[in-house]
Design a protein around this ligand. Structure first.
Ligand code: TRP
Length: 465
């Protein structure tokens, strides 16, 4: 790329780069895109599958150490460079081998958004069914599997959701959706609290509460760590360039450490709430058999309708609940797609229109594969996983650790701790500087490598985890 176009781009970005008004504004903006299906759909099924309390404990430890260090690193690198990941890596280094890291960060959202839209489609379908008054049908055993194995309807609902995201991007009304979502989010939280209280007070549910909150060493395996780490990246939108971009919008006087802690607290609280809504219900309504706990991506869609149906007013509660989830999912999907579009625009040039269409095509192709993977293509198993599970695994357990490794490399070998510290200290004291340095220099890279190698070896069948 020529120098002049690079400069033009910088100038344009410089002009357009708005900043957040304060700590709370920043935290809310990041939380708005961070809170999504990851918290409500993904966290509960992973916690159920990978050891309940043990998973939660590992998740919390990773978040407060790994997560904290990586968020601070990405945000400061973004604020320092005023750029999204590709631009930031390019700005800091000439070495091609390190610049690749920018690509890892930039491609991940493009691989996530297609299958994210498949789940968004499931949410839309359930919303539609509650609107039609199908609460008791949804609560029946086998309903969900019947739905996803019907390729036509799975594909149809995926397209409904994906087109909605596409239209919002084209119309440029993200802000409108964001505003609606800011109203919806508090309602979702209140509703989730009510549902969680109802759920944990059902007969037999207390076993589920214990399972979720009390760590049991018997449930520990390396896969617990692999899954918890992937979930932490996913839920906090780490290791995919998003926080570089948000950081580039961040004013110099905003306390990076404090907003990191607030973001983590908020995101985890919502995930826990969703866990309390769903996991005790598995015990109360389906019996907490290992088989039920292993349900995976379908867990929310199987247990939640049973809870609602038993409440009496299943259709109303179901409708309100899935409407809120739909908004949470929409805002996240929009910002994922937006990230993809702006990467394409920066790299390929061309209009927003053209690149939005290109991104949409990528979504349709990869998303359809994921949607059909439970129907006509259910014979396709990649390393034993369905197509959707495979994309989830590829991004969360393989690519994000690599992207995070590159961020560590950038900090340690190129930018240097001194410069990061200077950046953080522009706005506040760097209270956990020692922890930050030890994490980024030694612990994070070593653990990332161990986790990466063991998850690959596990998938290839070399080791049994
Ligand atoms: N964190 C979001 C969730 O919990 C999902 C997500 C991953 C995301 N990467 C993102 C959202 C980038 C917005 C932007 O559902």
């Amino acid at each position: 790329m020529g120098n002049s176009s690079e400069n033009q781009k910088t100038e344009k970005q410089g002009k357009e780069r708005v900043t957040f008004s304060g700590n709370i504004g920043y935290v809310l903006a990041v939380a708005g895109s961070a809170v999504g299906l990851g918290n409500i759909w993904r966290f509960p099924y992973l916690a159920a599958k990978y050891g309940g309390g043990m998973f939660l404990l590992v998740y919390l430890i990773l978040m407060l150490t790994f997560g904290y260090a990586l968020i601070v690193a990405e945000t400061s690198l973004g604020r320092m460079s005023g750029k999204s990941p590709l631009g930031a890596f390019r700005r800091f280094t000439r070495k091609k081998s390190i610049r690749v890291g920018g690509w890892f960060n930039a491609i991940i959202p493009m691989l996530i958004v297609p299958y994210y839209c498949v789940i968004g489609g499931w949410v839309t379908k359930y919303l539609f069914e509650y609107l039609r008054g199908s609460s008791s049908a949804l609560a029946k055993e086998g309903y969900f599997n019947g739905f996803v194995s019907n390729s036509v309807s799975a594909e149809f609902w995926f397209l409904v959701f994906a087109v909605a995201v596409f239209v919002v991007i084209l119309a440029g009304v993200e802000n409108g959706v964001e505003k609606v979502s800011k109203i919806m989010m508090p309602i979702l939280i209140v509703l989730a609290v009510i549902i969680a209280v109802y759920s944990v007070t059902r007969p037999g549910a207390i076993e589920g509460v214990k399972y979720l909150l009390i760590p049991n060493m018997d449930n520990f395996s390396i896969m617990t760590v692999v899954a918890a780490m992937g979930q932490m990246f996913y839920s906090l939108s780490i290791a995919m360039g998003i926080l570089y971009t948000y950081g580039s919008y961040l004013k110099k006087d905003i306390d990076v450490e404090k907003s990191t802690s607030q973001l983590e607290l908020f995101d985890t609280a919502i995930a826990l709430l969703a866990g309390l809504m769903i996991i005790p219900a598995v015990f109360a309504f389906s019996g907490g058999t290992p088989e039920n706990l292993q349900a995976g991506p379908s867990l929310m869609f199987i247990t939640i309708p049973k809870v609602f149906d038993s409440m009496g007013a299943g259709n109303i509660v179901g409708f309100i609940f899935f409407l809120m989830v739909l908004f949470a999912a929409l805002t996240s999907a929009i910002s994922l797609m937006e990230t993809g579009v702006s990467t394409l625009m920066d790299e390929l040039g061309g209009s927003r229109w053209k690149n939005s269409i290109l991104m949409f095509l990528i979504m349709v192709v990869l998303g359809s594969a994921s949607a059909l993977g439970f129907g006509v293509w259910d014979f396709v198993k990649i390393f034993g996983m369905s197509i959707l599970d495979f994309f989830d695994f590829l991004t969360n357990s393989i690519m994000m650790p690599i992207a995070a490794l590159f961020t560590c490399i950038l900090v340690v070998y190129v930018v240097g701790f001194k410069n990061i510290a200077k950046e953080v200290k522009q706005s506040s004291a760097f209270r956990r500087q020692k922890l930050f340095e030890i994490m980024i220099k030694y612990i994070v890279p070593v653990c990332l490598l161990i986790i990466l190698i063991s998850s690959v070896a596990n998938v290839l069948g070399w080791i049994e985890l």
